[in-house]
Write a protein that binds this ligand. Sequence first.
Ligand code: LMR
Length: 332
Amino acid sequence: MKFLTTAGLAAMLAFGVSSTALAQAITIKFSHVVAPDTPKGKGAEKFKELAEAYTEGKVKVEVYPNSQLYKDKEELEALQLGAVQMLAPSLAKFGPLGVREFEVFDLPFIMKDYDDLRKITDGPVGRALLDKLDAKGIIGLAYWDNGFKVMSANSPMHVPDDFLGLKMRIQSSKILEAQMKALGAVPQVLAFSEVYQALQTGVVDGTENPPSNMYTQKMHEVQKHATVSNHGYLGYAVIVNKAFWEGLPEDVRGQLDKAMAESTAYANEIAQKENDDSLAAMKAAGTTTFYDLTPEERAEWVEALKPVHTEMADRVGADLIKQVYEAVGMKD
Ligand code: LMR
């Protein structure tokens, strides 16, 4: 389809080339920034497998991992322009697109586990957030999990004061910026593809990541310390170009919806184990000392980061924060 001119298309139709033959040429480019061996990477491969099987080859899915095609911000622009059809950006990266509400997921300690998350992503709050993408020419299909984040640096981080002056890489979320500032650190936004080198060369001192990202990017080789704080969550919205999706033959879209529902279940089922395995592998590698907070230290982190919720209420909406609190049973 890519190389088909309008005249070529008209000629094919004039000669009675069936819509099935045309549909055979549908290609979905699915671009992402992480390694293939991560919850998102495996979810994308599962979608490819199921989509190609259910559409009986009418749709070809090409997965491009590791920022091969585009880095963080560029991939969203590429989706809007139709250069790629499908992405799964982190929920922390929708601000530049003008949909800041997803940053509610970045609020520190707002969700304690995957069960809390499901209450948001599988409920009306999650659906309403995805619907906000419509105005940007994007359809939100699903939420895919990664996991809860650890903090890493070259010095131990037991209490908030340990962050004083540390340069910490963050994703492009104002809430994450506020979180790092609340700890006394200096936040710096960098594309995911640049993080390893920035840590290695000392452009930044540390960062935060779910273990699966830290491990598959080999960040543990250049970070001496990490705290398993689970202070925040990192997950994804799987999104498609709206014009592309709505232009698909209805039967094909139905088959792709089924493939997406099943690959979502798969990605969310493996996420916890992928992260547990990555953490274990990094501990075994022995290049990073992993630290678990004592209950007292954790209480200090919670106390230091609580003001971020009120400070950022205008950014994501006080009502939205309240809805999330209610859904997960958190007291203000
Ligand atoms: C990051 O930039 O740290 C993550 O969003 C990467 C990813 O897609 O998991």
